[in-house]
Design a protein around this ligand. Structure first.
Ligand code: FCB
Length: 451
């Protein structure tokens, strides 16, 4: 399903008139200016400084220099024809050490940015945490420590009290799975910890900080629309063998249900808790109720499905992600599967009825080349985008209350452990000159949105 030629014919009018159209970015990946405005050190500054952590030895120190070039970047977003822009706030710009009164320069920066969005008819969607924890908090234990929950709630309150008169859409966390497991189990993201039990406790603190921040955000911003963004994956068995089929459920338990269940008032999944045994998180009375605080929408970042096999002895879940042969993959090796997006969205709706759903990220990376005419022709990214929009439309047809789509990303940017080697942008960034050029995928999105 979802062949490219048909998908390219899709029209904006195939979607409901009030559907939100956007693009996404995040602070550390684009801002640069790490020493300006009194910004404190973040865990990503520290992590990038350690040899061997980032594939090309780079960091977000300059990135897209968005801190200085944001008017141009918002003009770009406006030229696409989107009516929403998702960005994130760098905690170390607000509280350099993660505690104490907010820094005016930090708040001023985001206030100017938000005003810039409003002037361009871009509805601001602010993410409070997209992975750049103040290093000072990490030095005290970071997300593994329960006190960081209080620090986050305080930070969230200070930001929303200042920006809540103009930002109504708030996302507490971006992809807590990644913060927890890439950052604390696999160790290939900041802070680079490799300890499975720590990752489990970190998950709990992230979810708790989300739930505890929700009422604080609502109080500071009457009428706020508050949600969380999860990275979710449809999961398939590597073979029809019963052992592999059973592995799917175990893997799904930690990848998807570990977040969806407690957010929807079901507590942590019993089967996964049993597998974790003594690695289960320390949960205090009231935590689960706080995590289940009702929200206004669920943000889903969808990139790829996963295929798993039974793998006795391979961690507490005894599963292993395998790479199926002969499937389409992006330059990152991520499987391309618009069908997977439909399967995921219909599953979430069937199992949880979360209320309005927004795709807060979706996109792909390819090896882009600047042509002799200075243009970037990226048919694969264009097709990925068009086919996933077709999938979004199909999910709507099947009754999923999908209310918006945000493309990842407005700009090529610092792709975490991959440095600048992975380009996800609808806009090409020449990092030597900071010149931005809309790729053909960006031109297509703009034509689609303007038609
Ligand atoms: C997501 C992240 C985002 C970006 C994309 C490619 O997991 O939220 O920052 O790195 O992947």
């Amino acid at each position: 399903m979802f062949d490219a030629a048909t998908a390219r014919q899709l029209r904006r009018t195939d979607f409901p008139p009030d559907f939100r159209w956007g693009c996404s970015t995040s602070s550390y990946q684009i801002e640069g200016a790490i020493d300006e405005g009194g910004r404190g050190e973040s865990i990503w500054d520290r992590f990038c400084a350690q040899p061997g952590r980032i594939r090309d030895g780079s960091s977000g120190a300059v990135a897209c220099d968005h801190y200085h070039r944001w008017p141009e970047d918002l003009n770009l977003a406006q030229s696409l024809g989107v009516n929403a822009y998702r960005f994130s706030i760098a905690w170390p710009r607000i509280q350099p050490t993660g505690r104490g009164p907010a820094l005016q320069a930090g708040l001023d920066f985001y206030e100017r940015l938000v005003d810039g969005m409003l002037e361009r008819d871009l509805q601001p969607w602010a993410t409070l945490y997209h992975w750049d924890l103040p290093q000072a908090l990490q030095d005290q234990g970071g997300w593994a420590r329960r006190e960081t929950v209080d620090a986050f709630v305080d930070y969230a309150g200070q930001v929303v009290r200042r920006l809540g008169d103009r930002v109504r859409h708030w996302i507490t966390h971006n992809e807590p799975w990644c913060t927890a497991f890439l950052g604390h189990a696999e160790g290939n993201h900041a802070p680079g910890v490799k300890h499975f039990g720590t990752a489990i406790q970190v998950c709990h603190h992230l979810l708790l900080s989300h739930g505890r921040a929700v009422p604080v955000i609502r109080e500071a911003c009457p009428g706020a629309q508050v949600g969380i963004t999860l990275s979710l994956h449809p999961i398939h068995a590597a073979s029809a063998a019963p052992a592999d089929l059973a592995a799917v459920r175990r893997h799904d338990g930690l990848r998807n249900r570990w977040f969806l269940d407690p957010l929807h008032g079901r507590g942590y999944p019993a089967d996964t808790l049993a597998l974790l045994g003594h690695l289960a998180p320390a949960v205090e009375p009231g935590d689960l109720a706080a995590i289940a605080t009702p929200t206004d929408f669920l943000g889903i970042n969808y990139y790829f499905p996963e295929e798993v096999a039974d793998a006795p002895g391979h961690g507490p879940l005894a599963t292993r992600v395998v790479e199926r042969e002969g499937v389409e993959r992006t330059a990152f090796g991520w499987e391309v599967s618009p069908d997977g997006m439909v399967a995921l969205l219909t599953r979430v709706q069937r199992d949880y009825q979360p209320g309005p759903i927004y795709l807060t990220e979706n996109g792909s990376t390819w090896d882009d080349h600047v042509g002799p005419d200075g243009q970037i022709d990226d048919p694969q990214r264009l097709d990925y985008l068009a086919r996933h929009l077709a999938a979004a439309r199909e999910a709507l047809r099947q009754g999923v209350p999908l209310r918006g789509y945000f493309a990842w990303s407005l700009l090529d940017n610092f792709e975490w452990a991959e440095g600048y080697t992975r380009r996800f942008g609808l806009t090409y960034v020449d990092y030597a000159t900071q010149r931005r050029t809309l790729k053909s995928s960006g031109h297509w999105y703009a034509r689609f949105l303007r038609a």
